[in-house]
Design a protein around this ligand. Structure first.
Ligand code: GLA
Length: 379
């Protein structure tokens, strides 16, 4: 049974009718990590792994929601004091509240949802969930009058105000704007974006999931952001977007060593996104790959969001001659993203599985991803 059939069957059993089905995607990011909340560039794409929800208005002022994957049910009202206790339900509640706060309409509905975006793997399952509901409630109650950027911001504000993660806009942007076979370069300051066709000749993208889970709420993620904001303030800038290494070095003695290295990574990473986009257009995968390794190194040593398991997977990639490899997403666990020559793919995956298993007692999970469309109504 596919995802849609599974959801429709559960919806009918629970609520006795049929609703409309919507989906939104998880994402990868080729390069540009922790740059979004610094006004820099990111280069993500939506993937063929989604959160899907069937939804039907129920004529009440209550939301009744069932998560197939967590096997849990929640019922909540739409006022600020009605926030549900379950963290998964707070994503849906937050999206409803953020639409209402912006003057939009949300009324009671029934929903059943499920997904195949691995949880806690750095593939933005939470942004997929938020974007799925933001898109659906825009269609069902607001005549699609909320524009796509605002849908992404509704998801981001949900994270900020209901889930405790001060994230940037990348994940929700990718989930809403994703386009089959294209990566998107987003300038997170001007919000201008460009689609880049992505057909890496002779290469595949493979993700290796360390299965180390990360919890971003109340976490080092927010601390990284605070470091960057402190340095920007010290430089008299709104964000690190306009900072240079010269400027950073000029205040080195006034800031902590930790803040210095956080900002150094962001300044370097900003340029790498532009370099990778140029290299991709030129078909220069060696440069793309080299930048990916540099990003990993910076995320591990300067930004300190890697972990032993991910550094180990990165080392294996390097030793196997993989073109590019790095930790992906917020960090503190999750996946590495690997750009691998097709003829090397099987050998690399086999070797990574064996060596990781020897050291950590379990294999990494392997996901081959296809760049796909973002939020949509199912036909
Ligand atoms: C998480 C956040 C994003 C972004 C990445 C790091 O995925 O949700 O906004 O900051 O981490 O690039």
């Amino acid at each position: 049974m596919d995802l849609k059939e599974k959801i429709s069957k559960a919806f009918e059993e629970r609520f006795g009718n049929k609703g409309t089905v919507y989906a939104s995607a998880g994402r990868i990011n080729l390069i540009g990590e922790h740059t979004d909340y610094n006004g820099g560039f990111v280069f993500p794409g939506a993937i063929d792994k989604v959160i899907m929800a069937e939804i039907a208005p129920n004529g009440t002022d209550k939301v009744r929601a069932f998560s197939i994957d967590i096997n849990d049910y929640a019922e909540f009202g739409l006022n600020e004091e009605d926030a549900p206790a379950q963290s998964w339900a707070r994503y849906i509640f937050g999206v409803c509240r953020e639409i209402i706060k912006r003057g939009g309409t949300v009324k009671g509905f029934d929903t059943v949802f499920a997904g195949n975006v691995p949880l806690g793997a750095g593939l933005s399952s939470s942004a997929a969930l938020e974007s799925c509901f933001a898109y659906a409630l825009n269609d069902l109650y607001n005549d699609n009058s909320i524009d796509k950027f605002e849908l992404a911001r509704i998801g981001q504000s949900t994270e900020h105000n209901y889930c405790g993660v001060m994230c940037g806009i990348m994940d929700q942007f990718a989930s809403v704007f994703g386009k089959k076979d294209h990566l998107m370069r987003l300038d997170c300051r001007s919000m201008e974006y460009e689609y880049f066709p992505f057909h890496p000749e002779g290469h595949s993208l493979v993700l290796l999931d360390s299965v180390v889970k990360h919890e971003l709420a109340d976490s080092p993620y927010n601390k990284r952001r605070a470091s960057c904001e402190r340095v920007a303030k010290r430089l008299g800038l709104e964000t690190l977007r306009d900072a240079t290494m010269e400027m950073l070095d000029s205040v080195k003695s006034d800031i902590t060593a930790e803040d210095y290295f956080r900002a150094k990574f962001v300044i370097e990473e900003k340029q790498r996104v532009l370099d990778v986009c140029d290299a991709l257009v030129a078909g220069d995968y060696e440069t793309v790959g080299r930048c990916m390794y540099e990003t990993h190194n910076g995320l591990s040593k300067d930004y300190e969001v890697s972990c032993e398991e991910l550094d180990f997977l990165n080392d294996i990639a390097k030793e196997c001659g993989v073109t590019g490899s790095r930790i992906m997403g917020g960090g503190f666990g999750g996946c590495t993203i690997n750009l691998v020559k097709n003829e090397l793919l099987d050998k690399f995956v086999a070797e990574a599985k064996t060596r990781f298993n020897e050291r950590y007692g379990h294999e990494p999970k392997v996901y081959e991803v296809i760049i796909s469309d973002g939020a949509h109504k199912e036909a």
